[in-house]
Write a protein that binds this ligand. Structure first.
Ligand code: SAM
Length: 312
């Protein structure tokens, strides 16, 4: 059915962006006493081993989480010393990046980086007893692994694993009982229709529950559908009179290159974004400090950059 398995990609630069934003949003939303319900419409397997077979096959964490760790342990000397971001890193890592690193570290024994938590585990780690988490995963193998991983948490009824379509399944839960929710939607986009479906899901959700916070991850690749996602979400937010924030992280050029024999080299994922509707008011400033630092550390060529745009 599906060929996408997140284990190949766990800890890559897209995960660093997504999980840093996710943690920053949760920290803010959990400051209020009222119970929060978090939905993860595309959950993955929950926990990954960075030294496992999948991760080693592609080694994508080496360009993301592990690159961040290596850089901090031994910053490379010649890295654009004069750039504003390099100076700001020298003055101290942005608090939201430090928070992300500390949270991943809490899943590992001191100094080791073997385990990488996926979004369900990151979310659950931050929730209070009164909060709820509902996670959707359609891939039969990943859903089974996720259920087994979640069972080990002994979180009881706090966490529900649903083996169903997250785009559709979300509908029946909105609005949530205490009318406070964060929806994370992180499709794999292996089916072209996912681009349209994620936008339709947010449109439908806003009619059911306009005050929820929605966070959608999307790839920034040379495909019109991918560029439509933030554009269409911005239109939806503006029409609904809701505030929005669009954060992007680019680590390299998206151009195809050729090797010595003339064979085309595909660059792999060059960039991605997180589009948020009803973002916490603290998020923009936090990301304006953090994202240039991430672009400096994770950047692979002179095209590395970041952006934070907001409105509403
Ligand atoms: N959110 C996870 C994280 O940050 O750790 C990673 C999720 S991965 C990018 C996307 C997942 O969605 C895959 O595990 C895939 O099997 C699953 N999936 C694909 N289509 C789905 C659908 N319609 N509903 C629910 N899950 C789906």
């Amino acid at each position: 059915m599906f060929s996408y398995r997140h284990a190949f990609h766990a800890g890559n630069h897209a995960d660093v962006l997504k999980h840093t934003v996710l943690i920053a949003m949760l920290r803010h939303l959990l400051q209020k006493d009222t119970a929060l319900t978090v939905f993860d419409t595309h959950a993955g397997a929950g926990l990954y081993r960075l030294d496992g077979d999948y991760a080693e096959t592609s080694g994508e964490a080496a360009g993301g989480f592990l690159r961040l760790i290596a850089w901090l342990n031994a910053p490379p000397a010649p890295v654009k010393k004069s750039s504003a971001a390099a100076k700001s890193i020298a003055e101290g890592l942005a608090p939201v990046i430090q928070d992300y690193l500390d949270l991943v570290a809490s899943f590992n024994s001191k100094g080791s980086h073997k385990v990488y938590p996926g979004s369900p585990f990151i979310i659950q780690r931050l929730l209070r007893e009164r909060d709820k988490l509902k996670v959707f995963e359609l891939h039969p193998t990943d859903a089974k692994t996720l259920s087994a991983n979640i069972a080990q948490l002994e979180a009881g009824r706090q966490v529900a694993v649903l083996r169903e379509d997250g785009f559709e399944g979300l509908k029946k839960f909105l609005p949530p009982p205490a009318r406070r929710a964060l929806v994370l939607s992180d499709p794999s986009y292996e089916i072209k229709n996912d681009y349209a479906r994620v936008v339709a899901m947010v449109a439908d959700s806003l009619t059911r529950f306009a005050t929820g916070s929605y966070a959608v991850w999307y790839p920034l690749i040379p495909r019109p559908e991918a560029h439509d996602v933030p554009r269409k979400l911005k239109t939806l937010a503006t029409k609904a009179g809701k505030s929005w924030l669009n954060a992007t992280l680019t680590v390299k050029s998206s151009k195809l290159t050729a090797d010595d024999a003339g064979e085309v080299i595909r660059p792999g994922l060059p960039a991605s974004g997180m589009f948020i509707i009803n973002p916490p008011h603290t998020l923009k400033a936090a990301l304006q400090l953090a994202l240039p630092q991430l672009a400096t550390i994770l950047g692979q060529d002179q095209h590395a950059t970041s952006s934070v745009e907001s409105g509403g």
